[in-house]
Design a protein around this ligand. Sequence first.
Ligand code: HEC
Length: 103
Amino acid sequence: MLLTWLAPCVGQTPPPWSLRNTALLAANCVTCHGPGGQPPAGSTGSIPALRGLSSDALLERMQAFKAGRVANATVMPLLMQGYDAAQMQALAEWFASPAADKP
Ligand code: HEC
């Protein structure tokens, strides 16, 4: 009987990164890129905003950093070595989605 109940769940793998878990991942990024990926108004640093980029563009940038394809990059190539494909995808979607959706 229990098996009958469980059967529909088999094969339904949950998304690898929930919104809450992705927020924990993103916490590392916002220390440099600003809250929600937007540097505070008036900040003059060289760290770009992540807000306003599509998830595709964000993912492409992250993959390029990880693969060493961004010639003049400083920290991002090394940093992205610590993230796998699923984590990068989750982060790209998190920063591309409206701030109001964040936990
Ligand atoms: C130590 C500070 C720091 C942290 C932490 C950091 N970044 Fe960056 N990020 C930078 C800098 C600086 C650049 C500019 C490229 C470079 O010099 O590496 C950048 C560039 C980027 C870009 C390219 C944006 C564009 O317009 O081209 C993306 C995307 C990005 N970071 C995503 C992330 C994500 C996702 C995280 C968290 C996993 C993260 N960053 C964490 C400093 C940081």
